[in-house]
Design a protein around this ligand. Structure first.
Ligand code: GLU
Length: 305
């Protein structure tokens, strides 16, 4: 499949969305960008086209990484005990649903309440802050030592993050979040502000697609159970409240973020896509159209049995 052609074919879809504006630093990003990287695991081959090397804020795709890292630190059972695995039917930063349902844990690790809770579980270790550990782990699992925090985006997240603050304090008041709220929020805001490329996200997808083993050096990075758990949650809740729609259309575990990045882990393929124009639900319009095309042409859907 020719990736350059796929970029051209899906380019016009950019006009169907808009860049995220609720975090002011993201509103400055040029919407007219589309990049894709496809990592073929069995051939150990990475193909890229378009804006493949442009750095963008990882935003909610970081929730995949912090979840994997929390599982690495605490074990899968401990993480599963404190987080659910279902869609909320509300926006990703809802402050309502737990109060309405009286549930004692966030619905899933990809809504903001769940992601803040997951980040709060990571403790300082050997004088390394939770964020520094996540940054190190991100560099390893994305195979990119150049990943850094963007200070402007972080400051912008801090200035406009009051809904996230209210979520963290709500979790603390309910004694669901038991660590320090300020540190937990700092970790969360910083992890969202890491700058990655779609090459990085294809590498992350390839580790997940390869049962937790990095295909570039054959080293195990995460357990097989962690890879399976995280792919399952990506399938059911990775694309906000449209996860079901895309499960039918694309059929591949995917997680996107409001910075315009997405990671997908298909059988034998890790995929990273970047396009900052988002639809109403916060999903990447041209990027998901491109992923749908890839899935159809390469027969990637996991329900094809
Ligand atoms: N930093 C963003 C927030 O907390 C991430 C949202 C997203 O990418 O879905 O609102």
């Amino acid at each position: 499949m020719n990736l350059e052609d796929a970029i051209q074919e899906n380019w016009s879809r950019i006009d169907e969305g808009q860049v995220a504006t609720y975090i002011p630093a993201l509103a400055e990003v040029d919407p007219y960008q589309l990049g894709v990287c496809l990592y073929n695991v069995s051939d150990d081959k990475l193909d890229c086209a378009g804006a493949a090397d442009v750095r963008f804020a990882i935003e909610s795709v970081s929730k995949v990484i912090s979840l994997l890292y929390a599982i690495e630190c605490l074990g899968l059972k401990a993480v599963e005990d404190c987080i659910g695995t279902r869609q909320t039917g509300f926006v990703f930063d809802t402050i309502l649903n737990m109060e309405i349902t009286k549930e004692d844990k966030p619905a899933n690790p990809f809504v903001n309440s769940g992601a803040i809770l997951i980040s709060s579980l990571i403790e300082e270790q050997d004088q390394q802050s939770p964020f520094d550990q996540i940054l190190d782990f991100t560099r390893q699992i994305c195979n990119d030592p150049q990943i850094t925090l963007d200070e402007d985006i972080y400051q912008s997240e801090l200035r406009t993050g009051d809904r996230n603050r209210s979520l963290a304090y709500y979790l603390k008041a309910r004694e669901i979040l038991t660590n320090d709220v300020t540190t937990s929020l700092e970790t969360y805001f910083k992890q969202c502000s890491m700058m990655v490329t779609c090459r990085d996200l294809a590498n992350l997808g390839a580790v997940l697609a390869n049962d937790g083993i990095a295909p570039w050096n054959n080293e195990r990075m995460i357990s097989s159970d962690a890879a399976t758990y995280v792919k399952s949650v990506m399938m059911t809740t990775g694309l906000y409240n449209e996860s079901g729609t895309y499960s039918v259309k694309i059929g591949v575990p995917t997680k996107s973020g409001v910075g315009g990045g997405l990671v997908a882990a298909a059988p034998n393929y890790g995929i990273g896509i970047f396009s900052p124009s988002l639809d109403q639900a916060g999903n990447i319009v041209a990027g998901l159209a491109l992923l749908e095309q890839l899935s159809k042409e390469l027969d990637l859907g996991i329900f094809k049995y």
